[in-house]
Design a protein around this ligand. Sequence first.
Ligand SMILES: *[C@@H]1O[C@H](CO)[C@@H](O)[C@H](O)[C@H]1NC(C)=O
Length: 330
Amino acid sequence: MVPNHTLRHLIDQWLQMGTQFDPVLCTIDCLASLKKNLESDEATLENKCQTLQKIQALTEESQSGNSCLLQLGFLPLLLELLFGKTESKLSQECVKFAEQALSWVLRLMSPGEYEYLNMLNEESKLESFQVLFDQGTGKIKRSVCQVIEAISSSMETRELCAKLGKNRKLLKGLILLVHPTYEASDSGIKAISALCCLESNRQNLVQEGVISRLLTYIFDSERHERNLAPKALSTIELLLELESAKAALINNPNGIKALIKMVFRFSEHEGSESAVQSLTIICTDSLQARDEAISAGVLTQLLLLLQSQCSARTKTKARMLLKLLRSRWD
Ligand SMILES: *[C@@H]1O[C@H](CO)[C@@H](O)[C@H](O)[C@H]1NC(C)=O
C-alpha cells in the first residue's frame, strides 16, 4: 500500500477548516434566530416575509434543510402564523405572507407530519382557513386545495376531513373553482376527489352541485387543454352510487355527451374505463338514458374503443354496455 500524501494533506486542511467553520452548525444557529423573528410579535408581516426568503436562501443548497426546519418546529409555527389570527379581511401584506408561508407548509408537509393539521379542528382556525381560501389569490387557493388533499389522505386527520365536508361554504368555493377556463380548477378537482374518500362528504358535494361543474369541465377540457378530465370522471363514477348524483347527471343537458366524449380518445385511454362504467350505471336504470346515449353516438365510440389498445378489462366492460344498449336498437 502506498500512502497518498496529497489526499492526506487535503484531509488535514479540511479538518482545520472544520474547527473554524462548521456550515451545518451555522445554518442551524441562523435558522433558530430566524425562527425567533417569525415568532416575534414586534416583527411586521413584511419583515416576516423577508425572513422566509432568507430561510429559502439558507436551505436551498443543503439536502438536510427541510429536516432542520422540521426539527426546529417550523411547521407548527407556520401553521399558527397562517391560521392563528382570524381576520375577516385579507390585507395586501397578509396575502404576500400567506403565499410564501403556505408554500413552505406544503414543502415541509410529509405523511408523518399531517397530524399538525388537526389544529384546524379549532373553529377560529378553520375560519381563517376559509378566509384565506375565499379571498386569497389563485396561488393561495391552489395551496389550500393541496392542504385539503393532505388532510383527506391521512387517517390521523379523518375527523377534520369530515368537518371540511360539512362546511358548505368551503364546498361551494371548491366547486366554483372547477371550470375549464380557471387556472386553479385542476387543484380544485384533486381536492374534491380527495374529499370523496368519505361517504358523508360525497352526499354534500352532490347537493352543492359538483356533478354539473365536473361535467362542464370534462365537456370543455380539450378545448381549454385541461388534462384532469380522467380524474374528474373517476370522481363522477364514484359519486354515481348516489341516486342524487345519477339524477344530476341525467338532468344535465351535456351529461351523457360528456361521458361519451371520454369513451374513446385518440390520444389516450385514461378515462375510458370510468366513462364506460358511468354510462353503464346510468343506462342500467334508465331507458331514456339509453336512447339519448345511442343518438349521441355512443355505439361508434364503443366500437372504436374495442378496436383500440385499451385494457382487456375496459373491453369487457365496453362489450357489456353494448349488450345492454342492444335492447334499444334491435
Ligand atoms: C491521491 O488523492 C488525490 C486527491 O483525492 C487524487 O487526485 C490522486 O489521484 C490520488 N493519487 C493516487 C496515486 O491515487
